[in-house]
Design a protein around this ligand. Structure first.
Ligand SMILES: Cc1ncc(COP(=O)(O)O)c(C=O)c1O
Length: 360
């Protein structure tokens, strides 16, 4: 029992703390093995873009200075890239920070915050932090149940998080479903569309949130440099929305939250189309290979549009997780028998398949 539990905000004591993927170094220490791969946090297995690394190195000698709080160069480059106005962007210490800042800016204690019950674990944390009431909509075949969301909308719904593609299942909300939801939701409800894995999706029924910003002023699209751009460790993400929404988020944004090195990395990574193309190719090949290996092993899995696959074991997933650790493979166990596995390089995927064969 925490001796300050009765001093803390009640809503904060409700929070189930975020459990990150197990770090490689920890497994090396605990199991005494050198050769460890991590397929647990949906990172880019090819590493960061070389252009981004160069840009970061160049900035290292200037870190005695504060960064530009408005991220001038990154903002200009990204606005051009997305074909939106510069005033429609706000940057975060990862998109995770922006998920929190949106709740902080819009949700009063007692307001409802809606999201899928099988989605990114940060949404309930963001809701609880500000005293919002979390409304969790059960999933339908591992997908967002958009009709279920619509049925539950009311004047109390202040914020809705939609995760597309969804973490951890990798499923998508289609254009038709998204448009149906946006037509049903009132302008007094903020819709935060989390597109952390946007660049991986290749389905023509997938809606590009940025293209809807002009039509829906209550829409906030969140994206990140952590996933396909391979910059998870430097922490940079962004939200795009109507300038009036951005102006409100800016009020609660801590000064200098997007650091100088991250701004330079993001700007350079945007230019590295080759790195992006290689990553998509590696991911597509890896996904095909892993799905076929999972089938051979008799494992069930959900068809993924992202860089990870949601699988079901016939055994307890924690037991499988522990056994895989001993073989130098880190995955992310979920609930009783599920796990989320990040698609790696072909070499990593083969190591995983071999370890799974031995363990299962
Ligand atoms: C769906 C989703 N949104 C947001 C994030 C946060 O990413 P970051 O804060 O690194 O931008 C993640 C990271 O795992 C994610 O899976």
């Amino acid at each position: 029992m925490n001796k300050f539990a009765d001093v803390a905000k009640k809503s904060v004591m409700n929070i189930k703390p975020y459990v990150p993927g197990k770090p490689i170094e920890e497994v090396q220490r605990e199991h005494g093995i050198k050769d460890v791969i991590k397929l647990a946090s949906n990172e880019n297995p090819l590493g960061p873009s070389k252009l981004a690394v160069k840009a970061m190195e160049k900035k290292l000698r200037s870190v005695n200075l504060y960064p530009e709080s408005g991220a001038y160069y990154l903002r200009r480059a990204l606005a051009k890239h997305l074909k939106i106005r510069e005033s429609m962007l706000v940057f975060g210490n990862g998109s995770n920070e922006l998920l929190n800042l949106i709740a902080e800016a819009f949700v009063e204690p007692g307001d409802e915050v809606m999201f899928s019950a099988l989605s990114f674990v940060v949404y309930p944390i963001a809701a609880d932090t500000v005293g919002g009431i979390a409304i969790q909509i059960p999933h339908k075949d591992f997908r967002h149940d958009i009709d279920g969301f619509i049925k539950r909308l009311s004047h109390k719904t202040k914020l809705v998080y939609l995760c597309n593609p969804n973490n951890p299942t990798g499923t998508i909300i289609t254009k038709e479903e998204f448009e149906k939801f946006m037509s049903a939701v009132g302008l007094k409800t903020i819709v935060a569309l989390d597109e952390a894995y946007f660049e991986y999706v290749q389905d023509k029924n997938y809606p590009d949130g940025i293209k809807y910003l002009a039509k829906y002023p209550n829409l906030v699209v969140l994206r990140t440099f952590s996933k396909i751009y391979g910059l998870a460790g430097i922490r940079i993400g962004y939200a795009a929305a109507d300038p009036d929404i951005i102006e409100i988020i800016e009020r609660v944004r801590p000064p200098f939250n997007a650091n100088m090195i991250a701004q330079a990395a993001g700007e350079a990574a945007l230019r590295d189309r080759e790195h992006l193309k290689n990553t998509v190719k590696t991911n597509n090949e890896g996904k095909k290979y892993l799905c076929s290996e999972f089938k051979k092993l008799g494992m069930e899995f959900v068809r993924s549009h992202a860089n990870f696959i949601f699988v079901k074991f016939k055994a307890n997933s924690k037991v499988v997780f522990e056994a895989l650790l001993k073989k130098g493979v880190i995955i992310r166990p979920q609930f009783d028998s599920f796990a989320r596995i990040t698609i790696g390089t072909m070499e990593e995927n083969k190591k995983l398949a071999k370890a799974l064969k031995a363990v299962l």
